[in-house]
Design a protein around this ligand. Structure first.
Ligand code: ATP
Length: 237
């Protein structure tokens, strides 16, 4: 197998005296959907924030062969890492279009940017209908679509998705997960953080289970879906 696109080794993160991550290691290969699953507070969001450079960490993060430790967030975006944050993080007082434009702020390839906007409108036609509406007035599902689109406009090689199902009705969750699957089928590598372990495992190739800042299990998504411990603890079976 080729070298991983992302390698995380012995990641530790502290919030003051609280140690949120206690030596987390995992890999993501090009073309994969890899999920991090686990209960509230297990450290999933913190892991994504460390990869994006939003919290200081101990340990090593490498992306496409480059050590990211001293690379600031904006450069990580230009290297190809984009995050759609938990709670969506759209700018509520800005229009849908302005939110999308924020995703393109570091790009200069105008023709390609236009094509990428069109790609997002095709993925999420609702956004095109609401281009001039304030993002804060969108429904939760539409805000999630906007957050994912804004990340896609960065043209990432690796898309970090934090809890895309959070607070959404099951039918909208199903739509969002279909889109995630489609993006991956078209070549996008995805690291997905989800409390909805069943949905995440159904579309993932592999997954890691986090418990209080540690990886306690890792396997193919299919094996984890059939694992008794996972079924009892995370799938409510
Ligand atoms: P959730 O799904 O609730 O976001 P999570 O698995 O993503 O859970 P994290 O948000 O990464 O977990 O939190 C990991 C640990 O770090 C938890 O104990 C949490 O209380 C703590 N934590 C997270 N953010 C902060 C912060 N800004 N200050 C202090 N402690 C924090």
């Amino acid at each position: 197998m080729s070298a991983p696109l992302l390698t995380v080794e012995n990641l530790e993160v502290f919030y003051g005296a609280i140690q949120a991550l206690k030596g987390v290691s995992f890999t993501v290969h090009e073309g994969e959907i890899v999920s991090l699953i686990g209960a509230n507070g297990a450290g999933k969001t913190t892991t994504l924030r460390a990869i994006s450079g939003l919290v200081p960490n101990i340990g090593q993060i490498s992306f496409a062969g480059e050590n990211l430790n001293s690379v600031p967030t904006f450069k990580r975006v230009s290297l190809g890492i984009a995050q759609s944050p938990e709670g969506r993080g759209v700018f509520p007082q800005m229009s849908v279009l302005e939110n999308l434009e924020m995703g393109a702020y570091s790009r200069k390839d105008k023709a390609q940017i236009k094509a990428d906007f069109e790609m997002c409108y095709q993925l999420f036609p609702r956004l095109k209908e609401r281009l001039h509406q304030m993002a804060g007035t969108l429904s939760g599902g539409e805000q999630q679509m906007l957050a994912i689109s804004r990340a896609l406009i960065c043209r990432p090689k690796l898309l970090l998705l934090d809890e895309p199902s959070l607070g959404l009705a099951p039918i909208i969750v199903a739509q969002i997960f279909e889109i995630i699957k489609k993006l991956n089928a078209e070549g996008m590598t995805i690291l997905l953080v989800e409390q909805n372990a069943r949905m995440a495992l159904k579309i993932s190739h592999r997954a890691y289970v986090l418990e209080t800042g540690r990886v306690v299990m890792q396997d193919s998504a299919q094996n984890l879906l059939n694992n008794d411990e996972v079924r009892k603890s995370y799938l409510g079976v």
